[in-house]
Design a protein around this ligand. Structure first.
Ligand SMILES: [Zn+2]
Length: 384
């Protein structure tokens, strides 16, 4: 069993700063990463990664002090810190997702690079919980992001989709991209262009101050710059095009399924003005949808899935105003059920269309491709 980390005892001549969390008295391997070093256990690293096992089984380039137990990694020191945290302490996500995201992203980056299978699968699984490939999971996520007063507050718990998209692009993982793009495209374009603040740097070495900027070259940008994190130009264009596609899809649905809607064949009002009450109910829902009552009032005017859900919700509301009185829609149950079925089918179709809005393949193809990526061997050139 590994011992507890030792107190920081820097070598007087060492040019490296020592990790305060990963400097074990009985460590037999020192990872030198940028300006930092981690004194850990060779067996633990080799047990989790064939790549590390192979690398540590052959003669490695030694550092200037001719110590064969010292290995240089060309990675981000924070990423290495997080990976060691996952390997030594377990990959537990106990915080709200947006606070755990730096831990997840770093662990996923290095798990992909060094073929560490279990952490990689767990990180992907957690990402797909919040950026899913099914409408049912998306609805669950959205419900969880709405508080008891009805306020929609996803950013209280979820990381910015800009960070998620950049992570996916850097690792060539795509299954969680459609939901991340859809999440992002609902926000105002100026807000998307401005980007999102980076995560604060860790204080993981003795001395306490944040680690200075280090680059491993494979992360698009995250916690290591003072400026906001942005999308690439291409992804920015895709986001805006997707936003327009969503608005067109909603418009087509209203024109194709709501405006010409006839009462149900089993309409209970068909002998009263040929179902006029039910026709008027459809018309009222359409007018309020076109006025974006379901979207603008809650800042979600570019969210077709939400707007469609609101159409069904309107059927059940009892606060329609007629003069001085409030009432529910005068629509019969068969027409209400038919309408809800049509709208829910429209939501399913909208969900299926989302990958195409952002120039992505369908969900199943993306999931298969990500599974293939997980089977691939990483490049040994990643390690010197
Ligand atoms: Zn009816």
């Amino acid at each position: 069993m590994p011992t507890s980390p030792s107190p920081h005892r820097p070598s007087p001549r060492s040019p490296y700063r020592t990790s305060s969390d990963f400097c074990f008295e009985d460590g037999n391997l020192t990872l030198c990463v940028g300006q930092f070093e981690f004194r850990i256990h060779r067996g633990l690293l080799g047990r989790h990664s064939d790549v590390f096992w192979d690398m540590l089984s052959i003669q490695q380039p030694m550092l200037h002090d001719s110590d064969p137990s010292r290995v240089i990694l060309h990675d981000n020191p924070e990423d290495v810190h997080y990976l060691l945290h996952a390997l030594y302490d377990g990959l537990y996500f106990n915080k709200p997702f947006h606070k755990d995201f730096p831990f997840l992203a770093a662990t996923l980056r290095l798990s992909c690079k060094y073929f560490i299978t279990i952490p990689k699968r767990r990180c992907l699984s957690r990402l797909l919980q919040y950026f899913p490939t099914t409408l049912a999971e998306w609805d669950r996520r959205e419900l969880a992001s709405t508080d008891s007063t009805g306020r929609y507050c996803p950013r209280d718990n979820l990381p910015s989709p800009i960070l998620v998209i950049n992570l996916a692009r850097s690792l060539h993982l795509e299954s969680f991209l459609p939901a991340a793009f859809y999440d992002l495209c609902r926000y105002g374009t100026s807000k998307t262009v401005v980007g999102t603040p980076p995560f604060p740097s860790l204080s993981f070495y003795s001395g306490g101050a944040p680690a200075p900027s280090e680059s491993n070259g494979n992360a698009p940008s995250s916690a290591h710059c003072s400026k906001n994190v942005h999308l690439s130009h291409n992804d920015l264009v895709l986001t805006f095009r997707g936003r327009e596609s969503g608005q067109r899809a909603l418009s087509r649905f209203v024109e194709g399924y709501i405006a010409p809607r006839e009462p149900s064949p089993t309409c209970l009002n068909k002998n009263i003005g040929a179902g006029q009450c039910c026709r008027e109910a459809f018309h009222l829902v359409m007018i309020n949808t076109l006025r974006s009552v379901g979207g603008i009032a809650s800042g979600r005017d570019a969210d077709p899935l939400y707007t469609l859900a609101q159409m069904v919700e309107m059927m059940h509301r009892t606060d329609w105003i007629d003069g001085d009185t409030q009432h529910g829609l005068r629509i019969c149950l068969p027409c209400k059920a038919d309408f809800a079925g049509a709208v829910n089918a429209g939501r399913e179709e909208t969900w299926r269309q989302i990958p195409g809005w952002f120039d992505l393949d369908d969900y199943q193809a993306l999931l298969r491709r990500d599974e293939d990526v997980q089977q691939d061997r990483p490049l040994m050139s990643a390690v010197v």
